[in-house]
Design a protein around this ligand. Sequence first.
Ligand code: ADP
Ligand code: F6P
Length: 321
Amino acid sequence: MKRIAVMTSGGDAPGMNAAIRAVVRTALAKGIEVYGIRQAYRGLLAGDFERLTNREVSGILQRGGTILQTARNDEFKTPQGQRRGLRRLNEHGIEGLVVIGGDGSLRGALALHRLGVPVVGVPGSIDNDIWGTNMSIGVDTALNTILDALDRLRDTASSHERAFLIEVMGRNCGYLALMSGILGGAELTLIPEKAMELEEIAARLEDAYLRGKNHAIAVIAEGAKPKVADIVKYLEGQNVGFEVRITILGHIQRGGSPTAFDRLLASRMGIKAVECLCNGEHGVMVGLNGREITPVPLEEVTSRTRPANLEYYDIGEMLSR
Ligand code: ADP
Ligand code: F6P
C-alpha cells in the first residue's frame, strides 16, 4: 500500500486531531503517502484532497475540533454518490481510507468497503453510542467538560436553594447524561432509554429538599422524554416550593483540548487503523475492547447501537441520596 487518505466526518469530537496525527505519522513511518480529505464525504465528492506530511500534523495533538474539518452530506447516502466517491478515490490513486467519525460516518465507510475500497473506521463521537468499542474518541473530554459545568452550577444552586435542569448532548443515547449524573452527584438523571412521568420528576426534585439538601440537580439528555421545556412548564404549574433554572450545555461539550485519555485512545486507534490497512484487515472499525484496540467488522458495528448501561442508572439513584 503506497498511498492512503484520512477524513473526519459527522459531529466533531475532541481527539480527532490526535487520531489524524497518528494516522499520518504511522503511515509516513511505513513509507506510505497520506492525503487528507477535507470536509468529510462532501470533500470526497468534490475531490478536495491535500497531501499531509509530518509538518501539517505538528501542534495539533492538544487541539479540539479537526484540522480536516467535517461536514454532513446527503448525496453520499445515495448509490450514485458513493460511486462518485469511489471514482474520486481512484482518480487520486488512493489505495486505502481511514474514516474517523460516528455511526453515520461508519455507514458511509461500509458503503465504500462494499464497493471494494480498503476502509478502516475509527470511532469518533462524544455520544459513545458506537457499537464495538467501550469508548469513542471525545467521550472522556466531553464528560469532563460537563462535570466542570455541573460543579459550577451546584455552587450557585446551593447559594439560592434552586433546582437546576441541565441538558447535555445525546440525541438517542443517554451515556453522557448517565455518567455525568453519577460522577457529578446529580439528584436526578433523565435519559432517552428510560422515560419518567412529570409527576415523578417533580416528586424526586422535592424529595431532595425534604432530605435536607439545599439544591437539586437534574441532568437531562437532549433526547430524553419529557423535554426540559415541558418539565419547567409542569413545575411552574405546581406549588413545588423551590425555584427552577435551566442550563443547556450545547456545543461546549464538543470543543476543548482532549484529555490525556482521549489523546492516548485516539493515537492508539490511529496507529491500529493504518496497521489494519497494511495487514489487509479491511471493512473494520478499530475499537477499544478491554485494554486492547481490536478490529470489529463494520457490518456488525453499523447493525447495532451501544446501549447505555442501565446498571449505572441504579448506581446513580443510590449514590445521590
Ligand atoms: P455521525 O457520523 O456523527 O453519526 P451523521 O449521522 O450526520 O454523523 O453522518 C455523517 C455523514 O455520513 C452524513 O452526512 C453522510 O455523508 C454519511 N452517512 C451517514 N449515513 C450514511 C449511510 N447510511 N450511507 C452512506 N453515508 C452515510
Ligand atoms: O452526535 C454528536 C452530537 O453532538 C449529538 O450529541 C448532538 O445531538 C448532535 O451531534 C448535534 O449535531 P450538530 O452539531 O449538527 O448540531
